[in-house]
Design a protein around this ligand. Structure first.
Ligand code: 13P
Length: 256
């Protein structure tokens, strides 16, 4: 199995942007631009925009995701939202282990694993983020770190459950900085991730796994990144907030 048989997925991570009115405007602009996409199109929006996003995308090819979920089903976890709650609302994707959650909210590899398992058990597709900081890269531990993050995040999952997993390789130093990893740097790490998944679950699972690149992906650099054999999509921050930019990336993935 190769790239052409894998699912290309372009997901926008809006982060903490867009109120309800802005969400509606952006989705209205986006709908016609991506209607003929030959890849999956996902927008991962703030919790407060989930409902309007689900309503606005009804009957379209745009799927809606959240940006986190808790690992318990319910209970005394003030401020948290469970995977079941997202599923009940109609959400189909959730981003987990984003570096901003690791950096600002104490997310660890172990809690990422718990969240991944909860999301999959609830019937969500999980976009699991891994990636090194600049310091890690300078210390020459990128591959060790990404292997560790991948192994812990996917611990205890079954082959069947892996069908609902996407891994996003997001080098932290490339997020929101305008500094993109070169296509060669990106694909080198994406290959390491695929090999790790192969060791854990076998070639059939690793060959079918969608691996995204994320970190300053934009209309200018997306074509080269998405043309690489081991990059099956993108997790897009800044450029997902502008319909025309996001649509250009969707087009590149559709043709890639
Ligand atoms: P930018 O595209 O803004 O660099 O963000 C990437 C990202 O963090 C997506 O999750």
């Amino acid at each position: 199995m190769n790239k052409s048989t894998r699912h290309a997925v372009i997901a926008g991570n809006w982060k903490m942007n867009n109120d309800r009115a802005a969400s509606k405007t952006l989705i209205d602009e986006l709908k016609p631009l991506v209607a003929n996409a030959n890849c999956d199109v996902v927008i991962c929006v703030p919790f407060t925009d989930l409902e309007i996003s689900l309503n606005e995308t009804k009957g379209t090819n745009i799927k809606v995701g959240a940006q986190n979920c808790h690992y318990e089903k319910s209970g005394a976890f003030t401020g948290e939202v469970s995977a079941d709650m997202l599923k009940e609302l109609g959400v189909s994707y959730v981003v987990l282990g984003h570096s901003e959650r690791r950096q600002y909210f104490g997310e660890t590899d172990a809690t990422v694993n718990l969240r991944v398992k909860a999301a999959i058990e609830a019937g969500l597709n999980a976009i699991v983020c891994v990636g090194e900081t600049l310091k890690d890269r300078e210390n020459g531990i990128t591959s060790e770190l990404v292997i560790m993050q991948t192994k812990i995040a996917l611990k205890d999952l079954t082959k069947q459950q892996m069908k609902n997993i996407i891994i996003a390789y997001e080098p932290v130093w490339a997020i929101g900085t305008g500094k993109t990893a070169t296509a060669d740097q990106a694909v080198e790490v994406c290959k390491i991730i695929r090999n790790t998944v192969s060791e854990m679950f076998g070639d059939d699972v690793s060959n079918a796994l969608t691996i995204q690149y994320g970190g300053s992906m934009n209309p200018k650099n997306c074509e080269e990144l998405l043309s690489k054999e081991d990059i099956d999509g993108g997790l897009i921050g800044g450029a997902s907030l502008k319909a025309s930019d996001f649509a250009e990336i969707v087009d590149a993935a559709s043709n890639g």
